[in-house]
Structures are given as structure tokens and as C-alpha cells.
Design a protein around this ligand. Structure first.
Ligand code: ATP
Ligand code: TZE
Ligand code: MG
Length: 268
């Protein structure tokens, strides 16, 4: 078994054995999908966003996932408290800047969160990563208007400004930390036709970061597993409704052999 496939499988086994508790402050659209994806992978999800309880909850969790998809000011207050506490406790923080670039509120909140408590991993589509890096990228709500390769320079800049791992998702997923770059060519175009597959990628990254403190590896492994499970699901039936369900089954049934057979990872 190739070294990279083995390393991915080791993380999956650790997630399945440890079932790390993943604290999610996420959007109303994807709460159910991402909770089910974390469970199917082997982690233990909880969606907890009230400012009154997030600090206590993050303290018992193994990773924090923050997603700005359906922002409002109460969510923002919870995000700030949770991110600061997670940083103080040394817990991994993964950030999904859904729709950043579309409105002033999203832009302001994203910059405030990054400044207050820089995350360990940022995952977004190309438009989001370009907007977050300060490029005047065009956005179309929560979907990208660009291919992921258009955002590689922006991702490098973000990675250096916030000293974090940056993931740009798309047909090819790029994982960037300083000069380290990994590219994952797994996945299926139909994944973009199911809402929240990007949010799911971010949530799974939280689970991998809970078991692997090399967050570049954790993010790379999460994107590889996303892509492979997406391919398997699309082969069952090439339609969005079925893909959403078959994706969960593929995560649950994932084996070391499947990862070895399918992994399309290049690193530089
Ligand atoms: N054309 C494609 N080919 C292969 N995989 C794809 C393709 N488009 C998206 N994916 C995969 O789908 C997942 C979601 O990526 P995408 O870039 O669509 O996220 P997103 O725009 O943030 O989604 P959302 O906001 O709905 O959560 C990733 O795992 C990515 O690799
Ligand atoms: C559709 C949608 N709108 C706000 S968040 C979200 C989920 C995909 O990002
Ligand atoms: Mg997204």
C-alpha cells in the first residue's frame, strides 16, 4: 500500500476507533447532511451554536468547525466565543467562509473572526478563497464562478497571512500550507449539484484534524476521502438525490483497498 494511502487509512481508523466529538457551528441548510456525514465516517457530531453554551461545549470537543452559511448576529457571537476558547485550549479550528464576497456583512464577519482567532484550516471554493484573500472576486451567492486553479495564488497568500492551511475545492482540490501543495483529482461533477458538499468537506476536515495534528495532512486526507466517496456514490446512480444518500453509505463502507485503488494525489 502506498505511503499516502496508508496514512489516509490510519486516520480513518483512528476516527472510527476514537469517534472524536466534533463541535459544529454551521448553517441551517447543511446541519443534517454534515452531521450524518461525520457519523458515517465514524466521528461524533454536535451542532451547538448558542453563545450561552459554546465555550463549555468546545472544551469537551476534539475539534471546532465554523461555517458562516446562514449568518446572523447571534451566530456571530457564538462563533467568536467558541473560536477564542478553542484557540486557548489548543483545539483545532476549521473555518468555512460560505458566500464571502457576496455581502459586506459576510466580509466583515470573516475578517473579524480571522483576526480574533486565526483558524488552523480554511476551506472554501475558488470564489470564496479569492474574496477572503482580498481579491475583488466575483461571487454568485454560495457557488463558485471560477475553477479551483484560479485561486491557488490567493490560497498561498491567505495561508501566509493567517499561518494556516488553505483548501480550495473544485474539480481538483488544492491543499496549501506555505510552500506545501497537494492536489486531489478525485470526486465527481455531480457533487456540486448536492447542497453543502463543500460544507461536508469542511466538517470532515474537522474530524481528520481531531486525530492528526499535522493539519496539512488532515485536510489532504479529508479531501481525498470526500472525493473517493463521491466517486463511489456517483457510480451507484448518477443523480443528485441518490448521490446525497449513497455518499453517506460510501463513507461508511470505505476500505483501505478502495483508497489505494482510487487515490489521485499529487504533492509538491
Ligand atoms: N467538477 C467536480 N469534479 C469532481 N469533484 C468535484 C467537482 N466539483 C466539486 N467537487 C467536489 O465536491 C466537494 C464540494 O466542493 P465545492 O467546491 O462544490 O464546494 P462548495 O462550493 O463550497 O459547496 P457548498 O457551498 O454547497 O457546500 C469537494 O469535495 C469537491 O472536490
Ligand atoms: C444554499 C446555502 N445557502 C446558505 S448556506 C448554503 C449551503 C451551501 O453552502
Ligand atoms: Mg461552500
Amino acid at each position: 500500500m502506498a505511503q499516502s494511502s496508508q496514512a489516509i487509512w490510519t486516520d480513518v481508523e483512528h476516527i472510527r476507533v476514537q469517534a472524536p466529538l466534533i463541535h459544529n457551528i454551521t448553517n441551517f441548510v447543511v446541519m443534517n447532511n454534515t452531521a450524518n456525514a461525520l457519523l458515517a465516517l465514524g466521528a461524533s457530531p454536535a451542532m451547538v451554536h448558542a453563545p450561552e453554551e459554546v465555550e463549555e461545549f468546545v472544551a469537551i470537543s476534539s475539534a471546532l468547525v465554523v461555517n458562516i452559511g446562514t449568518l446572523d448576529s447571534t451566530f456571530v457571537a457564538g462563533m467568536k466565543l467558541a473560536m477564542q476558547r478553542a484557540k486557548a485550549l489548543g483545539k483545532p479550528v476549521v473555518f468555512d467562509p460560505v458566500g464571502v464576497g457576496a455581502t459586506t456583512f459576510r466580509n466583515q464577519v470573516s475578517q473579524e473572526l480571522l483576526t480574533l482567532a486565526a483558524p488552523d484550516v480554511i476551506r472554501g471554493n475558488a470564489s470564496e478563497i479569492m474574496a477572503l484573500a482580498g481579491l475583488n472576486a466575483q461571487t454568485k451567492g454560495v457557488d463558485s464562478l471560477f475553477g479551483s486553479d484560479a485561486a491557488i495564488d490567493a490560497a498561498k497568500r491567505l495561508s501566509s497571512v493567517w499561518s494556516c492551511v488553505v483548501v480550495v475545492s473544485g474539480a481538483v482540490d488544492y491543499i496549501i500550507q506555505g510552500e506545501r501543495v497537494a492536489a486531489i483529482a478525485n470526486g465527481h461533477p455531480l457533487m456540486a449539484k448536492v447542497t453543502g458538499m463543500g460544507c461536508t468537506a469542511t466538517a470532515l476536515t474537522g474530524a481528520f484534524a481531531a486525530v492528526n495534528t499535522d493539519y496539512f495532512q488532515a485536510a489532504t486526507h479529508a479531501m481525498a476521502v470526500m472525493g473517493i466517496a463521491g466517486e463511489l456514490a456517483a457510480e451507484q446512480k448518477s443523480a443528485p438525490g441518490s448521490l446525497q444518500v449513497n455518499f453517506l453509505d460510501a463513507l461508511h463502507e470505505l476500505t483501505a483497498a478502495t483508497i489505494t485503488d482510487r487515490l489521485q494525489l499529487t504533492q509538491s
